[in-house]
Ligand binder design. Structure first.
Ligand SMILES: [Zn+2]
Length: 367
């Protein structure tokens, strides 16, 4: 990454100084390597992270689809496939582990969201995508151009292209995907679902913590993920963080640098949960305040319970979860459950129940 940033800075400096030709630097391709043991360990960690990411996507899916009308322009058509190519694995040991698993330059499916259209159609992790809507996919090739756009925007051009292909095809209500499993090719027809375009990532970090990334995606520490255990516990965390985002509790990220850093970070989270990076930097980033203040927390609680109820998830599970968080954890300093919070939670629960009984739309009362 540092090489990429230095490269980006050099490129920008050249552009600013008015130079007309950008020298094409030699970019050393990472040579696969590492001992068998190291590689085995990486295989395990990568697969563990991928299955965790698929699970959390499935857990968040009902909330993100049921509330898509609240997400403004930040909605996408989703088929529920998580994938990477070999070029996403830039560390030599990760590359070797990827090769071991069967990752190639074509999109390798690292996870399929349970309950998604792709899942229902039988796509599974380990499959390789070969065509979308009849157009064969090209290999993702590591080029100077790709390296440069990734370093400056944090976005991988190959990924952006494929995502836009799926979005465009989805407008017709269907998208066909051809995939390869072992040596056989299969084609499936999918009806994409519309959902809020906020993703949930689990990052390697032991404390109980959750927060919003610069890209406004939801980050949950592996400590909190393990503590939460049940699907409804995790849905309570997702709903709470999504409520902060939808209620605009966090100022919009303004600098491109900040966003690029966010995209780069999430790219890494998708691969290994930032296991090789320092997630502590994310959760203790001084530029992103971890506390919103009491009033905003109470507001997030009420809205979160609405988000759950709209997804037909029993909101009382939200109350149970937050009451169970142990009092001595760092998370509790910002999310303390005392009488004020309990009263607020119960009031929101009664308000929602009244609306359900009266057949009224589930929209929070103006406070
Ligand atoms: Zn909060």
């Amino acid at each position: 990454m540092y090489i990429q940033f230095r490269l980006a800075i050099a490129t920008i400096a050249i552009l600013l100084s008015g130079c007309v030709t950008i020298p094409r630097p030699e970019i050393p391709l990472a040579e696969p390597g590492g001992s068998t043991r190291q590689i085995e360990k990486r295989v395990r960690l990568l697969e563990e992270n991928w299955s965790r990411q698929a699970r959390i996507a499935g857990i968040a899916q009902p909330i993100l689809t049921a509330n898509s009308d609240l997400c403004g322009s930040r909605v996408i058509w989703d088929v529920g496939v998580q994938w990477i190519t070999l070029n996403d694995l830039d560390d030599p040991i990760d590359k070797s582990a990827g090769l071991e698993i069967g990752v190639t330059e074509y999109p390798y499916v690292t996870g399929v969201t349970p309950g998604s259209p792709a899942f229902a159609a039988g796509l599974r992790s380990g499959d390789t995508l070969r065509a979308i809507d009849g157009d064969s996919l090209n290999k993702d090739l590591w080029t100077f151009e790709r390296q440069r756009t990734y370093a400056t925007t944090g976005r991988n051009r190959y990924r952006s292209h494929l995502e836009s292909v799926v979005q465009n095809a989805s407008r017709d209500g269907a998208v066909s995907i051809e995939y390869q499993r072992e040596s056989t090719h299969y084609t499936i027809e999918l009806s994409p679902i519309r959902r809020c375009d906020y993703n949930v990532f689990v990052l390697a970090y032991l404390d109980l913590a959750s927060q919003i990334s610069p890209t406004q995606d939801i980050l949950i520490s592996s400590g909190l993920y393990s503590y939460a255990q049940s699907d409804s516990d995790l849905q309570s965390i997702v709903a709470h963080e999504l409520a902060h985002v939808l209620a605009k509790h966090r100022p919009r990220t303004s600098t491109e640098q900040h966003l690029a850093r966010g995209h780069e970070m999430l790219g890494q989270a998708m691969i290994d949960g930032m296991e090789t990076r320092n997630s502590e930097v994310v959760f203790s980033n001084p530029t992103s305040p971890r506390t919103y203040g009491r009033r905003l927390e109470l507001e997030a609680d009420s809205l979160a319970m609405y988000l759950l109820a709209r997804a037909e998830i029993e909101p009382s599970k939200y109350i149970d979860f937050w009451k169970r968080i142990p009092a001595e954890t760092p998370l509790v300093h910002t999310h303390v459950v005392d009488k004020v919070r309990t009263d607020n939670l119960e009031a929101a629960h009664r308000e929602i129940q009244k609306k359900i009984d009266a057949g009224l739309p589930l929209i929070p009362n103006e406070s």
